[in-house]
Design a protein around this ligand. Structure first.
Ligand code: ADP
Ligand code: ADP
Length: 237
């Protein structure tokens, strides 16, 4: 179990520009789920990029802390190790022109049918798989399934690797309202008890996450449980 510690993070995309993140801090302890919400341009993607080491912070700390032993600077981890620790879902999951089973196996080449079944169950794809039939469902071409199912598959794929920290980047972004609600409900169900950082522009459905961090203009303007937030729009664009 790993804790992610972010302190006073400052990220500037170009010299002389105002910082995209200006002193952001957050702690993600094992098993907890934190949601980052905020309007477009607030710095949400920049925060994920910093965690995935796609941008270099100007200052601040990004650390991983195990149960015992010293905290490790994220920037000192080899990048393949960093990728193993933090795996994510993007807005548009990448799928190959191949059966879903093969798309799932891409993540864990040694995964047997039982592990696939378990990942699929945990991602709440079980109803669909049962309805369509295990072989038919997983034999389907990855590109023919709907956006909602695709995200569930991407989650199943991520879960196969059992990442210590799960990063979810606007997983419902490309979906219509109803599908987005259903997907978020399933994602929250499937990630219960898992260390998860979720970036989203919708407050809806976040009643059970442990903490919501509201970002605006590169700074945290509020943080707390869903019920504690004051005057935060339910929906950000
Ligand atoms: P959000 O994900 O909340 O919409 P971003 O992290 O994408 O916010 O953007 C935060 C700020 O950083 C914005 O002002 C945006 O224009 C700027 N920005 C983001 N990515 C880049 C980049 N690659 N180069 C330059 N500026 C960027
Ligand atoms: P969309 O086609 O809008 O992306 P989905 O693929 O998520 O929507 O859903 C298609 C159909 O499958 C809907 O009737 C939905 O209720 C059902 N469904 C979606 N997810 C599941 C699931 N995990 N288990 C069972 N049925 C599901």
């Amino acid at each position: 179990p790993l804790t992610v510690e972010v302190e006073d993070l400052v990220v500037r995309h170009a010299p002389g520009r105002s910082p995209a993140l200006n002193g952001v801090g957050l702690t993600l302890t094992p098993g907890r789920r934190v949601a980052i919400v905020g309007p477009s341009g607030a710095g949400k993607s920049t925060l994920l990029s910093a965690l995935m080491r796609l941008v270099e912070p100007e200052s601040g700390t990004l650390r991983l802390r195990g149960e015992d032993g010293p905290a490790v600077d994220l920037r000192e981890l080899p990048s393949d190790e960093a990728r193993r620790v933090m795996t994510g879902l993007t807005q548009d999951p990448y799928v190959f022109q191949a059966p879903l089973r093969d798309n799932l196996r891409l993540a864990g080449p040694e995964a047997g049918e039982e592990e696939l079944a378990e990942a699929v169950r945990r991602a709440r794809l079980d109803g669909w798989v049962e309805r369509v039939g295990w072989d038919a469902a997983l034999g389907e071409d990855g590109r023919t399934v709907s956006g909602g199912q695709l995200q569930r598959l991407a989650l199943a794929r991520a879960l196969l690797n059992d990442p210590p920290v799960l990063l979810l980047d606007e997983p419902a972004e490309a979906l219509d309202e109803e599908t987005a609600d259903a997907l978020m409900a399933d994602l929250l169900d499937a990630t219960r008890g898992r260390t998860t950082l979720l970036v989203t522009h919708r407050l809806r459905g976040l009643e059970e996450v442990d903490e919501i961090v509201v970002l605006e203009n590169g700074s945290v303007v509020q943080r707390g449980a869903h019920d504690e937030l004051v005057g935060v729009p339910g929906y950000y664009r």
